[in-house]
Ligand binder design. Structure first.
Ligand code: RAM
Length: 362
């Protein structure tokens, strides 16, 4: 009897050593069942258990519903459980978002996919979720502290510096003779908008933009009424204002509506990042002749795919790694040039909209 126990202990010990070696090989990155199954560049395969939460900045914003539709499409394709869609009802309610991430940690979820509504405030909760073995992937708006804060990867919609360039170029095209313009942003500490604004301000230093004068940046908190009122306040305060640049789908639609209601379309133009379905009317009537965006549905699809891939050990989440995510094709993980100690993949592309394509795209 004693001897049999000793043999059993030896076998168990060996199994543990082998399991530990396996973990090392796959980088120890959140993997479970399928660790090491996937070769570099391989397609992420479905069928494994994956319990997750998909967290928008707020549930009252249609772009996030589109992203969640994409995540559901990915779940169906992979034959996995759809993520539960949970977010604050307002993008200003940072505490509610932090609470959802904290809950994910206590529920032992495999994946947390988040568009960070705030800035560093979310980091203790992200750390808690990562320590509880959840794979945390940000999409749309990243976790500032990156991998050190517990984020495995950021699924960037487009390159953040390119966003600044695109907005500066649209501003120049809309006011070729120069003049005053203002930025109407989302919440004051939204990680994505702040990075885009910083990059736009840098681009504006270039000689060709010297006649564009940025007078102020105001915040409508991704709330339609608040954004509408902030747009009205801008035109009151700056009678010579020629353009409102809104790097938020909520802000741009509200500002365009405000200019239309004030009969100011054409005098004060509106541009930025907008949802084609919400902007069509304003593009065709000249309130917002030009704006840009990417596909939120594709972004949600890709975020779900790669989070599942990391959580199941098929993707290690290391720099230089290539993988294939269903209908979105191949991506290579790279270090994020806009944050220290952070990894990203870039989805793209940007689509610019104007009267020539708005009808077919919306
Ligand atoms: C709003 C949100 C979102 C941003 C878009 C452009 O819907 O702030 O985070 O990506 O605008």
């Amino acid at each position: 009897m004693r001897k049999r126990r000793a043999v059993l202990a030896l076998v168990l010990g060996l199994a543990l050593v082998l399991a530990a070696c396996g973990d090392d090989e796959d980088g120890g990155n959140g993997g479970n069942a399928a660790a090491g199954d996937n070769q570099q560049g391989g397609a992420i395969e479905g069928g494994q258990e994956f319990r997750s939460v998909f967290i928008p900045k707020s549930t009252d914003n249609p772009v996030f519903t589109e992203a969640n539709d994409g995540a559901e499409e990915a779940a169906e394709e992979l034959g996995t459980e759809a993520a539960s869609y949970e977010g604050p009802s307002s993008a200003e309610d940072l505490e509610a978002q932090i609470q959802i991430v904290t809950n994910a940690a206590t529920q032992s979820l495999d994946g947390v996919m988040i568009s960070n509504a705030g800035s560093e405030g979310i980091e203790p909760a992200v750390r808690q979720a990562a320590d509880a073995e959840a794979t945390v992937v940000s999409w749309d708006s990243p976790i500032p502290g990156g991998t050190e804060a517990g984020e495995s990867l950021f699924v960037a919609q487009v390159d953040f510096d390119e966003t600044g360039q695109v907005m500066a170029d649209m501003a120049l095209e809309l006011m070729p003779d120069g003049g005053e313009f203002a930025i109407l942003s989302a919440t004051p500490d939204a990680a994505n908008q702040n990075a885009w604004i910083a990059s736009m301000e840098e681009v504006l230093q270039g000689d060709q933009y010297q006649d564009l004068e940025l007078v102020e940046t105001v915040y409508g908190n991704d709330d339609p009424n608040d954004s509408y009122n902030k747009a009205l306040a801008l035109i009151d305060q700056y009678p010579d204002l020629k353009l409102i640049m809104a790097p938020t789908t909520v802000g741009i639609a509200a500002a365009a509506q405000a200019m239309q209601d004030e009969d100011l379309c054409g005098d004060v133009l509106v541009s930025g990042l907008g949802l084609p379905a919400e902007m069509k009317e304003f593009t065709l009537n000249g309130c917002a002749p030009k704006f840009a965006l990417w596909s939120f549905k594709d972004l949600g699809y890709l975020a779900y795919y790669v989070t599942y891939g990391i959580a199941t050990g098929q993707v290690e989440a290391v720099e230089g790694e290539e993988f294939e995510a269903g209908r979105m094709g191949s991506y290579t993980i790279e270090s994020d040039p806009t944050r220290d100690n952070a990894l990203r993949i870039v989805m793209g592309p940007f689509t610019e909209y104007d009267e020539s394509n708005i009808e077919e795209e919306s």
